[in-house]
Design a protein around this ligand. Sequence first.
Ligand SMILES: [Zn+2]
Length: 144
Amino acid sequence: MSYISDDGHHQGWIAPVFLDGSLGISVTDAIVTVGYGPDGAYLDPADQQERPDTEVTGWMMVCSKPAPYREWPALTWRGSLWSRVRTPAEQDLTARRVCLSDDYNAYWEPAAMKATAEQEWKRHIASGGVCGNSWNEGRPDRPH
Ligand SMILES: [Zn+2]
């Protein structure tokens, strides 16, 4: 799901992240479609790959200008990366290590990180301005 800010300038969602920094945009069964490159640019559909959800290495909140359903604007802000660990013993939420075993579909973020990621996105909105085109400059909490 995605979130729209009250002022209508931001659309945030929690994206699954792969080791190379690419982001998933949809899932069918356990196969994730990779729709954004590591630079936050939307990939041409011909260049989009399908990868098993077991290859998801983490999640992060991302933001862009709001767009209609199934339109994919360039991402202009990203929050902190949460790394995926496979066992509860490895989980450390203060270090943003969150557990999701291979029994669950990793396209969907673990519930344990959700509230913190949403708070980070709300701080991004509260920092002022509209979403620009500063994917890298925006990391993690600078206004843009
Ligand atoms: Zn934004």
